[in-house]
Design a binder for this molecule. Structure first.
Ligand code: DC
Length: 220
């Protein structure tokens, strides 16, 4: 199998890019953030606070996260319910960033992620794919962009969807998540030693997609 690990901070464009590359190469795109997000949604619904770590750990056996592909798109299921669209909001984003610092939460998703990579050619994106989940991936990419550029991209996306938002608030929220994701004790976001750094601040989507396809072809 050929595995591509893509890591990077929130809003770097990982999922947009990975989806396009996966389609082009006929690989499976695995969005690991969605798996963490569906767990966060479970705790929000149970009205558990992120700080209630013991409670979160006790509830873990009740949670079953699975994924399925429909027309090439990943759908994530929480105890059998398709929550793919319900997990895309700011409340879930912040809760996810908090609960993903808990080792037991990470452990729960590890085998699901590794099994997918064992059985398929995948492009897997997240925070710890190159460093922890797939240390032997054939290609590792660290995708990033400046905070300002990432916030502006999110802003444009939301405005396009007709949602109200504030650029400064978005920037603050991205910074907060970056800090938490990069400074946690377990599996923090960092560039793997053997990862290729791609700073997309001054690149458009097509340029990034083509650069990655080129790298895959060179290594295949
Ligand atoms: O990629 P995303 O925005 O959907 O990720 C949401 C949060 O999940 C992110 O802030 C950190 C966490 N996450 C993680 O800890 N490890 C991963 N492999 C993917 C996401």
């Amino acid at each position: 199998m050929f595995n591509v690990a893509i890591d990077g901070p929130a809003g770097a464009g990982k999922s947009t890019i990975a989806k396009k590359v996966a389609k082009e190469l006929d690989f499976i795109y695995v969005d690991t953030g969605a798996m963490y997000r569906s767990m966060a949604l479970y705790f929000i619904r149970k009205q558990v606070k992120a700080a209630e770590v013991d409670k979160i750990i006790t509830l873990l056996p009740e949670i079953h996260v699975t994924i399925a592909y429909e027309n090439g798109e990943q759908h994530v299921y929480l105890n059998g319910e398709d929550v793919s669209t319900l997990i895309r909001n700011e409340e879930v984003s912040q809760m996810t960033s908090s609960i993903s610092t808990i080792p037991e939460v990470r452990e729960k998703l590890l085998s699901l992620q590794r099994n997918l990579a064992k059985e398929n050619n995948v492009l897997m994106d997240g925070r710890d794919i190159g460093t922890c989940v797939l240390p032997d991936a054939e290609l590792k990419i660290y995708l990033t962009a400046s905070v300002e550029v990432r916030a502006k991209r999110r802003y444009n996306e939301m405005i396009e969807k007709g949602m109200e938002c504030d650029l400064e608030e978005l920037e603050a929220s991205i910074k907060e998540r970056d800090y938490r994701d990069m400074n946690r004790e377990i599996a923090p976001l960092k560039q793997a030693e053997d990862a290729v750094l791609l700073d997309t601040s001054d690149m458009n989507i097509e340029e990034v997609v083509n650069a990655i396809i080129q790298m895959v072809k060179e290594r295949a």
